[in-house]
Design a protein around this ligand. Structure first.
Ligand code: 5GP
Length: 130
């Protein structure tokens, strides 16, 4: 069965998309740690990021860097933090989180729930910078 991220990539489930290329897809995390929290996902359906083929892994990391640069321009922050967990969704992905402090990358803290209009605005702003 397709993963939830494959269904998002295929347009079966809506998302706030920020960028896409031949091999990769980026969209807002539905329950962000901070405004502008992006998930960067390979289109190849692989659970564990380090099991991706060499080509797909390199492509994902290059794409993530491109997205992170746009994200930093679009959402004022000190740094864009990077995390790989995969504890919830079995489809490899990289979290990109705009950071003001180290605590902004603490996955144990309560997640945000932003209105749809705000999420769309943030996604549009990031997409314009990529
Ligand atoms: P992880 O697998 O890295 O532990 O966490 C998965 C992340 O995906 C979580 O931060 C969660 O909020 C996000 N997520 C789970 N399901 C969806 C979804 O359907 N849409 C979006 N945009 N994000 C999701």
């Amino acid at each position: 069965m397709a993963t939830i991220f494959t269904r998002i990539i295929n347009g079966e489930i809506p998302c706030y998309k920020v960028a896409e290329d031949e091999k990769n897809f980026a969209f807002l995390d539905i329950n962000p740690l901070a405004e502008g929290h992006v998930l960067v996902v390979p289109k190849a359906e692989e659970d564990y990021i380090f099991n991706l083929s060499e080509d797909d892994y390199v492509s994902l990391q290059k794409f993530a860097r491109k997205v992170a640069k746009g994200l930093k321009e679009a959402v004022p922050c000190k740094r864009v933090g990077v995390a790989v967990l995969g504890m919830e969704v079995p489809h490899a992905h990289i979290h990109l989180v705009p950071l003001q402090t180290e605590a902004d990358l603490d996955f144990r803290k309560p997640k945000l729930s932003l209105p749809a209009e705000k999420m769309q605005q943030i996604a549009n702003r990031i997409a314009e910078k990529i």
